[in-house]
Ligand binder design. Structure first.
Ligand code: PHE
Ligand code: CA
Ligand code: ZN
Ligand code: ZN
Ligand code: ZN
Length: 289
């Protein structure tokens, strides 16, 4: 897998900050800053050769959107999917939550497009709206898929807050039975000398709808409102007694609220997973007898 450029991801974050600044300070679903964020991401993906689809749905805050991007090629019966929510809360610009996950998967999608690799499996990226209103976008997306389409999704990886300023290195401990992704993420961190912990985030982000259906899921997370313990602080070199993200769901969740080392480690972990799973052999799907 390539080394994903943290500078490129930071430049996407600067653009998301500019969008929030120009739209009342937020990128919340139902507000103009959300649509502007979606247009920014979509233009990058379209220019790189992705097939993009905008899915419209309604919420109590108004009409909002998901953006789904498919890389043309790969076996359509075996889909490896990666997602992040693109909306912020209404009180702030949402740069760590979840500009980091959105920009991180965007830059990975662009790097994959530039790689010239012929994928064995089909790669798809989801940018979800209205996560902050109750995981609405990802739930809506899954609800629109037929059973056959859901069954083609072999893996869903979720990234929500991957550059927290007082970072922990958490790996979603999801449905471990038959889920090698969880162990691949932890092995990756170990190989880079990064201590990690499993975390049970069941129900708190956009993997939930996929997981409920029975699709293998995992993801990484650098922590939100909870406080770093002293054991964690010694292992990660952080500040004990301080939140992983003191600006969680606050106006100060700006580009200043991102730890570049944590962001870089997580975006490179995403690349490790994508480059591995795009080439996993899921077997041949036989036509019905
Ligand atoms: N989904 C939460 C939010 O957007 C943050 C979170 C992510 C919490 C991952 C737990 C695990 O506010
Ligand atoms: Ca990197
Ligand atoms: Zn399959
Ligand atoms: Zn949030
Ligand atoms: Zn979030």
């Amino acid at each position: 897998a390539p080394d994903i450029s943290v500078a490129n991801v930071q430049s996407h974050l600067a653009q998301l900050q500019t969008i929030a600044n120009a739209n009342g300070g937020n990128r919340a679903s139902g507000r103009p800053g959300y649509k502007a964020s979606l247009d920014y991401v979509k233009a990058k993906l379209d220019a790189a050769g992705y097939t993009t689809t905008v899915q419209t749905f309604s919420t109590s805050a108004g009409t909002t959107y998901n953006l789904v991007a498919d890389w043309p090629g790969g076996d359509p019966n075996h889909v490896v999917m990666t997602g992040a929510h693109l909306d912020s809360v209404s009180v702030g610009p949402g740069i760590n939550d979840n500009g980091t996950g959105s920009a991180g998967i965007l830059e990975n999608a662009l790097a994959f497009a530039a790689s010239g690799i012929t994928p064995k499996n089909h790669l798809r990226f989801g940018f979800w709206g209205a996560e902050e209103l109750g995981l609405l976008g990802s739930k809506h997306y899954v609800s629109t898929l037929s059973t056959a389409e859901k069954d083609k999704i072999e893996l869903y990886l979720n990234f929500d807050m991957i550059g927290s300023p007082n970072p922990g290195y958490f790996v979603y401990d999801d449905n471990p039975a038959g889920n090698g992704a969880r162990d691949d993420l932890t092995s990756y961190f170990t190989s880079k000398g990064v201590p990690w912990e499993y975390i049970d985030v069941q129900g708190r982000s956009d993997h939930a709808a996929f997981r409920s259906y029975g699709i293998p899921t995992s993801g990484t997370f650098t922590g939100a409102e909870s406080t770093m313990t002293s054991a964690q602080a010694s292992k990660w070199g952080g500040q004990a007694g301080r939140a992983f993200d003191p600006c969680y769901h606050a106006a100060c969740d700006t580009t200043a609220n991102v730890n570049a080392t944590a962001l870089d480690r997580n975006i490179d972990a995403i690349a490790f997973m994508l480059w591995k799973y795009v080439d996993v052999d899921y077997g041949t799907t036989l036509p019905p007898a």
